[in-house]
Design a protein around this ligand. Sequence first.
Ligand code: T6T
Length: 337
Amino acid sequence: MKIRTATLSVLGVLALVGAPLTASGSGASASARSSQPASAVKSASTKYTIAMVPGDSTDSFYITMRDGAQAEAKKLGITLTWEGSPTFDPTDQFPILETLLAKHPSGLIVTPTDPNALTSLIKEFDYGPVVTTDEYLTDTSFLTSAITSDNVQGGGEAANACATLTGGTGGVAVIYTTPGTTTTNLRGQGFIKQIKSKYHKMQVVATEYDNNEASLALTQTESLILGHPTLKCIFATNTYAATGVARGVVDEHAKGKVFVAGYDSAPDMRTMLANGSVQVAIAQDPALEGTLAVEYVHDALVGKTSLIKKSVHLPNITITRKNMKEPSISKYFYKTS
Ligand code: T6T
């Protein structure tokens, strides 16, 4: 039986008084409890452990999220293990998740790289709180919390930026990542909805998937510029898309003619904004996602369930060349180590 937030408050009280605790929840019988793995049994003196699995281990977005999580875990005296695949791919993420779960952590934080493919494996972790960050699962019924950015709003914001840059006329295109990436899909949907509902003299001339590869986004951008003479703005829905699109615009000598609204604020984004190959970056706050995720796992473990929000959409930050050096904005550039 899954520990749900409603039953965790009882478990948390038991933990505080040092009573043997198990995954079974408040309604479980003593015999059922004794059959739980020893590692699931917590007492007040036991340190909690959290397994955290990012979308991938190389992207500055997830590294920044890890740092936020690590800092919060340290504050709370929790041991956090962070492990991910270098690629954003459910097939590669699966065995990592499986290995970490076999160690019976007290809680799990995961960025699922597919909305469905990992659900049954994650559900096997049925004795502790599970929080997703960034990406969405289709089935959220068993989650303690799902924390992400407001991706639809971010896409709409990118559309507003394109409209301002182009005077509200001309063609626009969207570069998505993979069909299974829920965040970038929502950003594109938010963008297209805003263009169609608000900017009647702008047209969506093309949408592409770059397979999360900057090199593919680059060649797609070159083809888009050559194939669509009315194209005036491209929305690149994540870090790699933005890098590739910016390079494609430069290679085609289209800087200043084809504008770029990018997502994310990886370190390279500073250069791209400064040299005018990207005009606007919609940045997220991954450090806060990580901090909140650890906080909610801890709240669930100690029974402070009233503090947990089941679904969180954090606001985005719009970065331009003009504001990028202001300390209140520059702190949102992601870190690489
Ligand atoms: O945009 C982020 C993240 O939100 C998305 O889910 C995948 O790509 C990034 O990690 C940036 O590369």
